[in-house]
Design a protein around this ligand. Structure first.
Ligand code: PEP
Length: 249
């Protein structure tokens, strides 16, 4: 039985003025011991958010694959650990698109984060034209093949299926579409890592909110959510945490 996991991705939002939201979200999460919750914040907020969040893990939204060196503007896994991060997102579609991140780079980032003891949320997802061309499953399975570290298991790795066309748009796939692609992801994981696939959580991400969370989190093989816009305030995020807790009963 995989515990539900709900993670927020604050993207390029959040300064110390928002620490009260971190505190409120962490307090609500502490009252829902049947699920795991986390917030992935900008690099600049990791240390203060980790102080504010108590037991709730704080994560980063990216990590560099190298341990150190001439990589201006980048942050290593060891630096994230020192700042108080417990996990990192890798392969978010906004980074794949904006920073041209390749599958191999994402593999290397995941491996580097794991080496330093960070949990990893590895994101995959198709574009709208790929879905329209009935290529969503193949695209997502290929992304997993390129970027999944060989030693992946559920103790440190989580997958997030995030169709790019659903991110920040208010549009979501149907529960049937989500079920089909999460099943395809589970099959690919099993091909690649055998029985260890059973322990890997697969999150859904893309316009998840308090209104649609119960229906989406009830779908088979949906082990939680990765939430952007609706994770920025306790008012919007806590109902999603509560829906995950309710679906765990
Ligand atoms: C995301 O960016 O990971 C995401 C799921 O965003 P949103 O919830 O805003 O669609």
């Amino acid at each position: 039985m995989r515990r539900k996991f709900v993670a927020g991705n604050w993207k390029m939002n959040g300064t110390r003025a928002q620490l009260a939201e971190v505190r409120a979200i962490a307090e609500a999460a502490a009252k829902l011991p049947q699920i795991d919750a986390a917030l992935c914040v900008p690099f600049t907020l990791i240390a203060s958010a980790a102080d504010a969040a108590g037991a709730m893990p704080i994560g980063a939204q990216d990590v560099h694959e190298a341990e150190k060196g001439a990589h201006t503007g980048c942050v290593s896994a060891a630096m994230l650990v020192e700042a108080g991060a417990k996990l990192a997102i890798v392969g978010h579609s906004e980074r794949r698109a904006d920073q041209n991140e390749t599958g191999h780079a994402i593999w290397a980032k995941a491996a580097a984060a794991h080496k330093q003891g960070l949990g990893v949320i590895l994101c995959v997802g198709e574009t709208e034209s790929e879905r329209d061309a009935c290529r969503a499953e193949r695209v997502v399975q290929a992304q997993i093949e390129e970027s999944l570290p060989e030693d992946a298991d559920g103790s440190w790795l989580t997958l997030a299926y995030e169709p790019r066309w659903a991110i920040g748009t208010g549009r979501t796939p149907t529960p049937e579409e989500i079920e089909a692609i999460h099943a395809a992801i589970r099959r690919k994981l099993t091909d690649l890592i055998g029985d260890r696939a059973d322990g890997v959580r697969i999150l859904y991400g893309g316009s998840l909110n308090g209104a649609n969370a119960a229906a989406i989190l009830a779908v088979e093989n949906v082990d939680g959510g990765l939430i952007g816009g609706a994770s920025l305030t306790a008012e919007k995020f806590v109902p999603i945490l509560e829906a995950a807790a309710a679906s765990s009963r």
